[in-house]
Ligand binder design. Structure first.
Ligand code: FES
Length: 177
């Protein structure tokens, strides 16, 4: 779960002229996705997946367009995007580091909090942020299903187990620019 805390009342939405939901995407969603669901709201998550796959993220403008397309509230779309770890509002870095922060990874040594703190200090980023050079994005994740090898982290979908700070540094330092 990823609650995103923002000053939304004063927030400006960046807009571009071209719509994210191009006629081709709309046609694809209407043909391939909508018929599979009883309600338009039911099609929200697969459409979010498609848009993220297409653009690498789901910017606010795209969320508005999806809401209009599905005839649902923009808040419904934003709730869904901000709730699930998997959806992104901004493009991720080249390497996405997902550190498990669930119980087994919190009670071992080093704890997941120590691992997360180490990455924060090493790259100067907070969870859900990306380094300025676009190389690393840090995410916190819920149980990755490998509690017996805790602490664990995913780096671009590859699971790294029994982490130590040294092992993590080796893995991260070996990644190409
Ligand atoms: S708690 Fe971290 S893998 Fe299960």
């Amino acid at each position: 779960m990823a609650w995103i805390v923002k000053n939304s009342a004063g927030m400006k939405i960046e807009r571009r002229k071209e719509p994210y939901l191009t006629p081709q995407l709309r046609e694809q969603f209407t043909r391939d996705i909508l018929p599979r669901y009883e309600t338009k709201l039911g099609a929200l998550m697969p459409i979010l997946h498609e848009v993220q796959h297409h653009y690498g993220c789901i910017p606010f403008q795209a969320q508005e367009e999806i809401a209009n397309f599905l005839e649902i509230g923009v808040a419904d779309v934003f709730d869904c995007v901000s709730f699930y770890e998997e959806y992104r509002i901004e493009p991720a870095g080249k390497y996405v580091i997902g550190v498990c922060q669930s119980i087994a990874c919190e009670v071992c040594k080093p704890t997941c909090s120590e691992i997360i703190d180490h990455i924060r200090e090493k790259y100067g980023i907070e969870p859900h942020e990306t380094t300025e050079d676009g190389k690393f994005t840090l995410l916190t994740m819920e149980c990755l299903g490998s509690c017996d090898t805790a602490p664990v982290a995913l780096v671009n979908e590859k699971l790294h187990e029994n982490l130590t700070i040294e092992k993590l540094d080796q893995i991260l330092d070996s990644l190409a620019d």
